[in-house]
Design a protein around this ligand. Sequence first.
Ligand code: FAD
Length: 298
Amino acid sequence: MELLDLKEQGIDIKEQIPLSRYTFTQTGGAAEYLAFPKSTEEVEKLVKVTRENKIPLTIIGNASNLIIRDGGIDGLVIILTDLKKIEVKGNKVTVDAGARIIDTAFTAAHHGLSGMEFAAGIPGSIGGGVFMNAGAYGGEMQEVVESVKVLTRDGELKTYSNKEMEFSYRHSLVQDNGDIVLSATFSLKPGDKLEILDHMHYLNALRQYKQPLEYPSCGSVFKRPTGHFVGPMIIKAGLQGKQIGGAQDSTKHAGFIVNKGGATATDYLNLIHLIQKTIKEKFDIDLHTEVRIIGKEK
Ligand SMILES: Cc1cc2nc3c(=O)[nH]c(=O)nc-3n(C[C@H](O)[C@H](O)[C@H](O)COP(=O)(O)OP(=O)(O)OC[C@H]3O[C@@H](n4cnc5c(N)ncnc54)[C@H](O)[C@@H]3O)c2cc1C
């Protein structure tokens, strides 16, 4: 079977679609093929056909932690945001990979479940959040994930326990083995609904105050090096506000790079490289990107 045969089976597959429509930075080249599966079965069919036809496969969630190079992505890109069921049973919440982390946190809160307050403003999907071990304000996915259901690139369905996910700072097992997260189950604690919601609104107000949410961005660009904070180092190096093309190191939060209008992925990457080079020269510290950089050069 060929990839496009799956269209006849009702799977939504498009060709040559600019991914800047989907990325939070509003940059990035086109996907050769782009699919929006509506069920796990559709994901399985897409993975099988790409494996059999040796078509490269890229998985994307909400594209809030991604820079896709301006040359785009060869092969098939799957965006999982149509898989978005959130199910609450007792103190467990089981969530499809494409559901938003924010919606999950608020659903849990409305059921009087505590534990996901930290995630109230993280704009990714559950799949991306698990993949990244996303975290904020002292909390991380690793603290609330009970198990993760994945599809391996060989087409096997597996469930990993929290321990098997090998979570660490902005890292998880699926970054190393390429498994596709299909859903995750969270184990939360009963709490007072209004207190939980209050805390979430407080954290989101802090976010609003500190982060340049008025512009497109991909959140914190760099991982925090042990013992240092990225923003203050960038400020000390004189790079806050530095702009290349349409990409600017944010004047509100130096750890963010915002799209001031018309930025390309190349502008983002040139500014990232300039910051890395300058921080190395001035402080002898290697800054590694938290944002994932994929795709090919133009
Ligand atoms: C304004 C703003 C604020 C942010 N604040 C935070 C924050 O406080 N804390 C934080 O940790 N992050 C933050 N982020 C970054 C981002 O929201 C998180 O990293 C989030 O977890 C990414 O999820 P996503 O669905 O957008 O992933 P994507 O950007 O779509 O993908 C990221 C990586 O995950 C992989 N991936 C995605 N889904 C799957 C899947 N189902 N299976 C396998 N691999 C998958 C992709 O291949 C890619 O390598 C912020 C981003 C923005 C724009």
